[in-house]
Design a protein around this ligand. Structure first.
Ligand code: MRU
Length: 361
């Protein structure tokens, strides 16, 4: 058991979204109670809650926060629905790359639309309750999805495989269990003693702070390396497979994931090491023909110019800080999703497995 809950809805209505404040890990295991839409927006923006599936779930509950605020102000069905839609529009501006955010918000809008179609959107309390039920369903489904991804991914790993991963695609990045780390957990639970090489993930250190923390809690052997060490680790025969998560996958199988992922993929190809991506169907953006169209978040320069609160670069230096990169499909050995394994990775095979249910504007 992981023994932590990444995010949870506390109470009924009114209730609150409680998250682990991932900015504080591993030094402190603080919980944050989010009661307003701006608080949920801020938590997503500042990475208190992060990882593609987790921000989708958080945003869905954020819509409920908007609905319940309107209800508390005495709003009827119309007022609650308008507030929920306004919350969805606002939350959609928090982070641009992980498509799970937009996928989850669209599910919330559609749930609202169904109430209107059925002519039952007149009662504000009923509308808010229905939205909470939809957010809970998204949350629960994500748990089941991660387990299924884990099962499919574990089957790809040889006995005692040494797996390199980047960033955090574990329980902290999802409702529970994770995608890339889910494959590792399922392998270990199935009796395969896999071990992990965790890349630290500059600049925000999700690999060092979060992946190592999660793996240690589960008793899985993990060795931390800095991002630039992955090529040498592969050259020295210390890596049998790479598994990473994804924030958005285009129709042709190009994958956006945490900055640094692309470099590991190139190196894996050079060394003949399989490079796997583990992600739910909700991470596919079928409206995009290729990864060139994926919006890439650029974050504040001080994430790069400072380290642990200390300045590590001269004042005024020019900085480029893209939070994600795009790995071309040709470098991806297979994509592991809850429905099975996509291999080879091309438009035909992506559409065959993820064609129904992926995000499409
Ligand atoms: O900026 P972050 O920490 O939200 O980036 C997260 C990642 O890049 C993860 O690998 C991705 O969201 C997959 S999470 C299952």
């Amino acid at each position: 058991m992981a023994g932590f809950e990444t995010l949870a809805w506390r109470g009924d209505l009114p209730g609150a979204l409680e998250i682990i404040d991932q900015r504080a890990l591993p030094a402190r295991h603080d919980l944050l109670r989010l009661e307003t839409v701006p608080a949920a927006w801020d938590a997503i923006k500042t990475l208190a809650v992060r990882g593609a599936p987790a921000i989708g779930v958080a945003a869905a509950y954020g819509v409920v926060l908007g609905a319940q605020e309107a209800l508390a102000r005495g709003g009827g069905g119309d007022g609650v629905a308008q507030a929920a839609l306004a919350a969805a529009d606002h939350l959609a501006t928090s982070r641009p790359t992980a498509v799970n955010l937009f996928w989850a918000l669209e599910r919330m809008r559609r749930a609202l639309g169904r109430l209107v179609d059925r002519g039952v959107a007149g009662d504000g309390a009923f509308v808010a309750r229905s939205l909470l039920a939809e957010a809970r369903a998204i949350h629960e489904e994500d748990r089941a999805t991660c387990r299924a991804i884990g099962r499919h991914g574990a089957a790809l790993l040889g006995r005692g495989a040494r797996v390199l991963t980047h960033c955090n695609a574990g329980g902290l990045a999802t409702s529970d269990y994770g995608t890339a780390l889910g494959c590792i957990y399922a392998a270990v639970e199935g009796g395969n003693p896999v071990t992990v090489l965790s890349c630290e993930t500059r600049p925000l250190l999700q690999g060092a702070r979060l992946t190592s923390w999660e793996l240690e809690r589960r008793g899985i052997p993990v060795t931390l390396i800095s991002d630039g060490m992955s090529g040498f680790a592969m050259q020295r025969g210390r890596v049998d497979a790479v598994i990473v998560g994804a924030d958005r996958i285009a129709r042709n199988g190009d994958v956006a994931n945490k900055i640094g992922t692309y470099g590991h993929a190139v190196l894996a190809r050079e060394h003949g090491i399989p490079f796997y991506v583990a992600a739910p169907v909700s991470t596919f953006d079928l409206s995009l023909a290729s990864g060139a169209e994926i919006p890439i978040e650029e974050r504040a320069p001080d994430e790069v110019t400072t380290f642990g609160g200390q300045r590590v670069a001269p004042e005024g230096v020019d900085v480029w800080n893209p939070a994600f990169d795009v790995t071309p499909a040709r470098l991806v050995t297979a994509i592991i999703c809850e429905r099975g394994v996509i291999q080879p990775v091309d438009e035909e095979h992506v559409m065959a497995l993820a064609g129904a249910g992926g995000w499409c504007r």
